[in-house]
Ligand binder design. Structure first.
Ligand code: IMP
Length: 187
């Protein structure tokens, strides 16, 4: 095994997007958001659990007045493939009506989560609704609205770290790692 690789739950992962790259890209996204929301007071809404690391770094590069809230959707559970079902596990506290909302996601994979979120939020009649995601798996999600701020487009592989878990672990890794395919994907 390569010295930089790590073993999680019997699967091997290799470094993919390093801490410094993430930091640089998060700053770029924040700069864009600062321009787009000049004079406004957006609410950044993190989708738990995966987005909390990205959101906490992003928010510290934001210079416009803003608020932060969270809600929680059901996750993958302990598997590496989407269950295909999304449910609301913990609701928001913020009043969304008439506000500028930026939903903050860790990753857009099948797109089910952002689609569910869009339906949920649209009912609350925000003044505007945009999406930021640190990662997007290319070619997987079939959604008919844009993800307005994307950190990195990645191939459809299983990734961990920087908030992203594998069976609830390894969210604390500073860089993002991807699975080494030769070990096979456990379903
Ligand atoms: P969706 O398939 O786009 O609905 O993604 C839902 C959620 O699944 C994301 O917000 C992540 O928390 C999780 N997820 C998707 N792909 C990965 C991955 O490669 N590693 C870890 N979690 C993932």
């Amino acid at each position: 095994m390569n010295a930089n690789n790590i073993n999680v739950n019997g699967d091997e992962f290799e470094p993919f997007i390093l801490e410094e790259q993430i930091r640089g890209r998060v700053k770029e996204l924040a700069n864009q958001i600062n321009k787009d929301y000049a004079g406004k007071v957006p609410i950044f809404i993190g989708v738990l659990n995966g987005s909390f690391v990205f959101l906490s770094d992003l928010i510290r590069e934001i210079t416009v007045d803003c608020e932060v809230d969270f809600f929680k959707l059901s996750s993958y559970g302990d598997a590496k493939i989407s269950s295909g079902q999304v449910t609301l596990v913990k609701d928001l506290n913020a009043e969304v009506k008439g506000r500028h909302i930026v939903i903050v996601e860790d990753i857009v994979d099948t797109g089910l989560s952002v689609e569910y979120t869009r339906t949920l939020m649209s009912k609350e009649q925000p003044a505007s609704l945009k999406f930021a995601s640190l990662l997007r798996k290319t070619g997987v999600a079939k959604i008919d609205f844009p993800i307005d701020y994307v950190g990195f487009e990645i191939p459809p592989e299983f990734v961990i770290g920087y908030g992203l878990d594998y069976a609830q672990k390894v969210r604390n890794l500073k860089s993002i790692y991807r699975i080494v395919p030769k070990h096979g994907l456990k379903k």
